[in-house]
Design a protein around this ligand. Structure first.
Ligand code: AMP
Length: 635
């Protein structure tokens, strides 16, 4: 079984051979396969993948497809104007249908193009291992949602592979890092900034168990964004000289390649010279980009990683000083500014700059904090980890267990439109959890279960992953019993089961449908839950208090009907006054901002309790009397 890192920029295939994980090279000795696919116009020409495809990007940008991972499992409506502007190919976008690109072979989905890359990787493995590979572990960013994971799995199947497991990239990187340190105990952060995605994971390694404590990230943040800032800067410089300059897709592609090349060179050099001979027959252009200028262009992108790091640390319940290591993964972490930034965010010790690149070394100013680990090859760690996971699954590697976590909370909508969390975010998977629910109304015949994912208190602010309806015998309010169980398997696939405990009838849904929200929303979800924490909490408290108030009112009204004639007029009047006062507060509703109505409601309920004491006494007396009569103790 092989391990595959299907990257935004580059893809790799690795295997564990004789207990050692290694990346397999192609016939030319290259281990990184550019994640680029060229579909030739002439149908007799074969599809090109990797380096030859990357070369054709200049000649035929409209039929050469790169960074397809960014678009896997996304819908047409999620492709932004910038996505369309930054690429030379044509999109095939139709309403809510999956986003496809226009190719000479007709519309193709990103996963179909990814399948071509996977086929190429499999052919490398077949040649190197001299066998027919059929099974693989493929990695995805931790923050890939269900539909992106499904698309990855489909890509594998289209390439003729049985995808045994989809694992998270940072987790894979941690496996690669920790595999030879199985007897140590360590807490590590994996900071993974690749071409298109950013992931941060906090893991604990102990006695061969890799436990993911938390994870966070952004599937739309990476080196490509820095390239786009450089492209924007170069285009601005050209327009300064030639205000009417027309940028064709071919010219855009040339600028893109030069921008990325300059960025990579500036990880070592202080300055890069960019030359564009004959952009048009009578216009050539050249300019100088310094590392300081690049840093200014890149800083806004790099800063976007900070909130995710803080969130992941908070979810893991750790301080930076609790960490032993921060492992850098992903090609973009070779950039000195990224390393300085990680150092700053995590307060790393033993960090110094040397020959333009940053190296781990003694720094007398830092005595505590984690160590910045640059020893793992950032390009290869993920593929190596995938190969290690493949070896664990096939039984070739023993005494190693990998425990991953859910990135967002899962639950169902409950009374009052609230989110009832069943599996909280950052729970280790595989996991099974359940809760019992009941009917809200008398003689209700069925219950609609809305399956939600997200961090907000109000159901409507979370994403609906699916629904199921469970039927039951009509009965009085709060008497039906419906058990709801959520189960997430090791691939992160969710199965929801609902059971009417009376009839034992089950309804099951497997969540394979797309999460119909764009990926940025994942990040926004987490951020908005922090931003709205107070108002969300106030809302939850209000709804819960209202539900409790309704129950109290119902009980008192029933009591009045049955025992009201045993009260004095004064007592009845006082209860009714208090009921009206409570109803008035309930009718005035809650305000998002203040806790005033909640306080008023509490005061009113206390007062209602007080006023209903004589009624409660009568009810208790009646119940006791009935009990004694039932026992034959009184006549
Ligand atoms: P990955 O997705 O991990 O393959 O990372 C690819 C990203 O890393 C691309 O945006 C590359 O431009 C970037 N990258 C690769 N090498 C370097 C380097 N030496 N300095 C800066 N960025 C790099």
């Amino acid at each position: 079984m092989i391990g595959i890192d299907l990257g935004t920029t580059n893809s790799l295939v690795a295997v564990v051979d004789g207990g050692i994980a290694l990346v397999l090279a192609d016939a030319e000795g290259r281990r990184l396969v550019p994640s680029v696919v060229h579909i030739p116009k002439n149908s007799s020409g074969g599809v090109l993948v990797g380096v030859p495809a990357k070369r054709s990007a200049h000649l035929a940008p409209a039929t050469t497809f790169a960074s397809m991972k960014r678009f896997m499992g996304r819908r047409s409506s999620e492709i932004t104007a910038a996505d369309q502007q930054n690429n030379a190919w044509q999109w095939e976008l139709h309403g809510n249908a999956p986003a496809a690109v226009h190719t000479p072979h007709g519309p193709m989905l990103p996963e179909e193009l990814a399948a071509e890359i996977l086929k190429h990787l499999v052919s490398i493995a077949n040649t190197r291992l001299d066998t027919q590979v059929t099974r693989a572990v493929i990695t995805v960013p931790a923050y890939f949602n269900d539909s992106q994971r499904q698309a990855t799995q489909r890509a594998g199947e289209l390439a003729g592979l049985k995808v045994e497991r989809i694992i998270n990239e940072p987790t894979a990187a941690a496996l690669a890092y920790g595999i030879d340190k199985l007897h140590t105990q360590a807490k590590i952060a994996v900071f993974d900034l690749g071409g298109g995605t950013f992931d941060i994971s906090i893991l604990q390694l102990q006695d061969g168990i890799f436990k993911v404590l938390s994870t966070s990230g952004d599937t739309q943040l990476g080196g490509d964004d820095i390239d786009n800032s450089i492209i924007h800067w170069i285009r601005g410089k050209i327009i300064e000289l030639e205000p009417e300059f027309g940028f064709t897709p071919e010219i855009h592609q040339r600028i893109r390649s030069a921008a990325e090349e300059a960025k990579i060179r500036l990880s070592v050099d202080e300055s890069a010279h960019l030359v564009f001979p004959f952009l048009t027959p009578d216009f050539s252009f050249e300019c100088e980009l310094s590392r300081a200028q690049l840093n200014d262009l890149a800083r806004p992108t790099i800063r976007r990683t900070q909130s995710h790091c803080q969130r992941a640390m908070m979810d893991a319940g750790l301080e930076p000083t609790d960490l032993d290591q921060v492992i850098l993964v992903g090609g973009q972490t070779r950039m000195p500014l990224v390393r300085e930034w990680v150092n700053e965010v995590f307060g790393c010790r033993e960090f110094e700059e040397s020959h333009g690149s940053l190296r781990v070394g003694a720094n007398p100013h830092k005595a505590s904090g984690p160590r910045l680990n640059t020893s793992t090859n950032p390009d290869e760690a993920v593929a190596l980890g995938a190969a290690i996971q493949a070896a664990i699954l096939s039984g070739a590697l023993k005494n190693v267990i990998l425990m991953d976590v859910t990135p967002l909370s899962l639950g169902i909508e409950t009374f009052g439109g609230l989110m009832n969390v069943i599996i909280p975010r950052n729970t280790t998977i595989p996991v099974k959890a359940g809760e019992m629910f009941t009917n809200a109304l008398d003689y209700q015949k069925s219950m609609l279960i809305r399956i939600l994912q997200g961090e907000r208190e109000k159901a409507q602010d979370n994403w609906e992953l699916g629904q199921l309806t469970i039927d039951f015998e009509p009965m009085l309010k709060a008497t039906a019993r419906v058990g709801v169980q959520f189960e997430i398997d090791s691939n992160g696939v969710l199965r929801v089961l609902a059971r009417d405990t009376l009839t034992q009838v089950d309804k099951i849904v497997e969540i394979r449908s797309a999460v119909d929200v764009d990926d940025l929303a994942v990040q926004e979800m987490v951020e908005s839950s922090v931003e709205h924490a107070f108002s969300d909490l106030a809302h939850r408290q209000w709804v819960e208090a209202t539900l409790r108030a309704q129950q109290t009112l119902d009980a008192i009204r029933n009591g009045l009907t049955d025992y009201g004639d045993q009260l004095t007029d004064e007592e009845t009047l006082s209860i009714k006054d208090n009921i009206n006062q409570t109803l008035a507060i309930l009718a005035s509703g809650n305000t998002e901002s203040g806790t005033g109505p909640l306080r008023d409601l509490k005061v009113a309920l206390d007062s209602l309790d007080e006023a209903s004491l004589p009624l409660a006494d009568r009810m208790m007396e009646a119940i006791s009397e009935q009990f004694l009569r039932d026992q034959g103790l009184i006549g």
